[in-house]
Design a protein around this ligand. Structure first.
Ligand code: OGA
Ligand code: NI
Length: 361
């Protein structure tokens, strides 16, 4: 979930008169008279751009309620649809998932309140250490010296042990309930995905030790940006873990790579945006691809998104499922690596998949 490179709080460029010394994007936007973005937020000259995708393409939608409707034919049809969505898109919208709309709205509102806390209260959680249970920060790309992204974030480790800031009031309770419910949906999806890969439904649960599975709750804040075409909220990346579930406050900004182009996602209200992540790509020996995505910003509205990343337990060594490997026709395409070691690679700022993917013979 998150590009490899982020830290808290930067020293702002001396050249921009409106920017306080230590800042978040929120503080920057709220400083008086910001009509242009500081030069080190300017992303437009960076490579990796491509055209918008075919407007006739539509993202697959999966009706979660049909998985457990009691009709086995319906279930196997949905499992086929999931298989197709994961192979062709690495991404789908999930509807009728049973997580109450009120809870989804409440957790988004809670995150908004968190970001509205006084700077000192958020700064308490400022750290570069990805293993700290609570982290507050803002995006910065250490590879492209001093380039900053138009995003603030807070991340908490939610499973196997739940952590959360105690302020604002009621925040921890609502985040915990949301994490519990979204984890339950994830577990059901992973049963279906076990089957879509040809296994019995508890295969991934057992192989990935999901009882102690790692879950991270990450809330992103993208304040309005005076020059959105120059800035970037989150640069292109893939997520670690098995499945990421994302919700947002109806503003839009997520783009995913599809057939070599950026596809702008307009989520259905109350849906989860689900993407297959790095460790599902590895486990499935490349049958499902971890999808590249990014978030762009706009000039009018504040966007909040919440990504919950759901991974194996930290001590699980992930490699292609033996049953999906055939030394002649389908050799293993990834080397085994412990999930914890994979997470540590983030610190080096290099995409984890590049470390474990074997060159094609
Ligand atoms: C993430 C992410 C996209 C978004 O947090 O990993 O990809 O739309 N977020 O905010
Ligand atoms: Ni992501």
């Amino acid at each position: 979930m998150a590009p490899p490179t982020e830290v808290l709080v930067q020293t702002s460029p001396e050249t921009h008169p409106h920017v306080p010394k230590r800042t978040t994007v929120k503080a920057l936007v709220e400083s008086d008279g910001l009509t242009s973005i500081p030069s080190n937020y300017s992303y437009a000259t960076h490579p990796n751009e491509s055209d918008a995708s075919d407007p006739n393409d539509t993202i697959p939608t999966i009706d979660f309620s049909l998985l457990n409707s009691g009709d086995p034919h319906q279930r196997s049809k949905v499992i086929q649809d999931i298989d197709k969505a994961c192979q062709e898109w690495g991404f789908f919208m999930l509807v009728n998932h049973g997580v109450p709309e009120t809870l989804m709205k409440a957790v988004l509102a809670g995150c908004n309140e968190f970001f509205n806390l006084p700077m000192e209260e958020k700064m308490e959680f400022a750290t570069k250490d990805i293993w700290k249970p609570i982290r507050f920060g803002t995006g910065v790309d250490i590879k492209v010296e001093k380039f900053f992204f138009w995003r603030d974030f807070v991340k908490v480790i939610a499973h196997p042990e739940f952590h959360c800031p105690s302020k604002p009031q009621g925040f921890s309770e609502v985040v915990q309930e949301y994490c519990k419910r979204s984890r339950k949906v994830t577990m059901e999806l992973l049963k279906a995905i076990s089957e879509s890969l040809g296994f019995e439904e508890n295969y991934i649960d057992k192989a990935m030790n999901l009882k102690s599975g790692w879950q991270i709750f990450a809330a992103n804040l993208y304040p309005p940006c005076p020059q959105p075409e120059l800035a970037m909220g989150i640069p292109a990346h893939t997520d670690h873990g098995l499945l990421t579930l994302l919700i947002e406050n109806g503003i839009g900004g997520l783009q995913i790579q599809h057939n070599g182009k950026w596809f702008h996602v307009n989520p259905l209200p109350n849906s989860f945006l689900v993407n297959t992540a790095d460790h599902l790509e590895i486990l499935s020996n490349g049958r499902y691809k971890s999808i590249m995505h990014r978030a762009v910003v706009n000039s009018k509205s504040t966007r909040i998104s919440i990504a919950t990343a759901n991974g194996p337990s930290l001590d699980t060594t992930v490699c292609p499922a033996l049953e999906l490997v055939d030394n002649e026709s389908r050799p293993a395409a990834y080397i085994p690596m412990k999930y914890k070691d994979y997470m540590n690679l983030q610190l080096e700022g290099k995409p984890g998949l590049e470390h474990v993917r074997l060159p094609v013979a």
